[in-house]
Design a protein around this ligand. Structure first.
Ligand code: AMP
Ligand code: ZN
Length: 483
């Protein structure tokens, strides 16, 4: 445990519906599993909120001195178009639509996802666990629970949820509540029973299929997360994360499989954590709606990706977050101001850090620790970082040290990010950066000569080129993007 970050870490456990103090299974360690993307399409910025949250969790655990093992999976097989056991495999469907192989589709969208992970300064997990690399082990897992917990139907091997205690406790629903939502599969004993192996229908061939004791087919979606989390983190590990939609079906099913496999009533992870949705005016952002925002769209409009990360950090992970372009523009402005503050601080300190001794800084560090220890309250932590920048009475070197510590948690890359990095040129801007700069200088010159007609003409010219100026900015951040 890091004694500068010594306050007990309290996290909201979706399973018990209460705040709990983090108590690691293995002293000094934190083992975390995050449900990763289904790579049949691009991730939208709502999906990326789930990974920003998991990254904040991982960074907080590291700040507190725990040795972190973080696993994120890549779902490249098994996820059906319905969360229940109906519909097509998302990968096979996307492959058929694109006229490509399912393997190519998976690779393409995994690479795109990893690029976004990088752009959002999300740390690399200990391992990206790829589902198709684990199918043999999933079959062994299924075999180990088949006799006691499963039954076979023509369409596959199904898990009987009545064979484990407390099924659905995580979702907080009684069995009847969800009956109507789950599409029926002929022969299922209970509506919540789910496929752990899906047989390839007679006469069909799937691109992704494996031999198994139940015939050729593919694993059910939930199986991969149970098998891979247990493989890499142990039968009992610390924290399992995912978006709030996973609380209803995917995670209860994982828990049932874990209980069966581990011959235990324990759910597998001590704490289950869920981020709330990013929503927009139309409601929850979702891939199936077809119309969704991805990080690249923000970048094309001239928004630096870390402005989106900041926007997420401004809200608590358990609150819904509404996406609007105005909110995003405000986050970008806030980020610019922070970056300019850091530039000034760094120049003052000549880039050199000093160990922290000033009582005002020690107090600020304690407050920051308290904010993050309170179920990762980054929205409370951010103003403390801003307070630090303005704390004139403390040497710049000491402040720079605390800044780098805080940023190690928030992940805004503040020790490296330059003001100029934030000037992302919009896709539709016809001018390059130096041409824009030149115009800006000319405009400033005109303004200083009180030649407002010329200044306005230059502004109009820039707007026509896709570059909108932000007037009245005392920090002379000269241009923003028309979104
Ligand atoms: P998927 O690729 O669909 O499996 O989703 C990847 C992750 O994003 C999962 O943890 C989802 O729960 C999460 N997620 C999906 N939609 C949203 C949203 N609008 N806001 C936040 N998280 C989401
Ligand atoms: Zn999962």
């Amino acid at each position: 445990m890091n004694d500068t970050a010594a306050q007990p870490l309290k996290l909201f456990n979706s399973l018990t519906r209460q705040m709990e103090e983090f108590a690691p299974v293995h002293p000094g360690e934190a083992r975390v599993y995050t449900c990763g993307p289904t790579v049949y399409n691009f991730q939208h910025i709502g999906n990326m909120r789930a990974y920003i949250f998991a990254d904040l969790l991982g960074r907080t655990l590291s700040w507190k001195g725990y040795k972190l093992t973080h696993i994120i999976n890549i779902t490249d097989v098994g996820h059906l178009t319905s969360d229940a056991d109906a519909g097509d495999d998302k990968m096979e469907k996307a492959a058929a639509q694109a006229g490509k192989s399912a393997w190519d589709i998976a690779k393409y969208y995994t690479d795109a996802y990893w690029l976004d992970i990088d752009r959002l300064n999300i740390r690399q997990p200990a391992k990206w666990a790829i589902a198709t690399d684990h199918v043999e082990e999933m079959i062994a897992f299924a075999k180990s629970i088949a006799d006691k917990h499963c039954y076979e139907l023509e369409s596959g091997l199904y898990f009987d949820v009545s064979t484990v205690p407390d099924y659905g406790r995580l979702a907080g629903t009684q069995s009847d509540d969800i009956e109507g939502r789950i599409e029926a599969v002929e022969g299922k004993r209970h509506p919540q029973d789910f496929a752990i192996w899906r047989k390839t229908p007679a006469g069909e061939t799937r691109q992704m299929e494996w031999d198994s004791p139940w015939g050729k087919g593919a694993p059910g979606w939930h199986l991969e997360c149970s098998q891979m989390s247990i493989k890499y983190l142990g039968e009992r590990f610390d924290i399992h994360t995912g978006g709030i939609d996973h609380r209803e079906i995917h995670h209860p099913n994982e828990i049932a499989q874990n209980q069966a496999h581990n011959c235990s009533e324990h759910s597998g992870a001590n704490i289950w954590m869920h981020n709330n949705f990013l929503i927009d005016r139309a409601g929850k952002m979702s891939k199936s709606s077809g119309d969704f925002l991805r990080l690249q769209v923000l970048i094309d409009k001239g928004i630096h990706p870390l402005a989106y990360r900041l926007m997420c950090l401004q809200a608590h992970y358990r609150s819904e977050l509404e996406f609007t372009w105005d909110n995003l523009a405000a986050a970008l402005t806030r980020l610019k101001r922070i970056v300019m503050g850091v530039e000034r601080l760094s120049a003052k300190a000549d880039g050199k850090t000093e160990s922290i001794s000033h009582p005002a800084l020690l107090q600020l560090r304690e407050k920051f620790d308290a904010a993050l220890s309170d179920d990762l309250n980054s929205s409370k932590g951010l103003p403390l970082l801003e307070e630090l920048l303005g704390l004139k009475k403390v040497t710049a070197g000491q402040r720079l040290t605390l800044l780098s510590e805080m940023d190690a948690v928030l992940g805004l890359n503040l020790m490296a990010l330059q003001r100029s990095d934030l000037r992302v040129r919009p896709n539709d801007a016809k001018m390059n950066d130096s041409e824009i700069e030149e115009k800006l200088d000319q405009r400033q010159q005109a303004k200083s000569e009180k030649d407002f007609a010329t200044a306005d003409a230059i502004r109009d010219e820039l707007i026509a080129q896709g570059v909108e100026l932000m007037d009245g900015d005392p920090l002379r951040w000269d241009w923003k993007i028309d979104v």
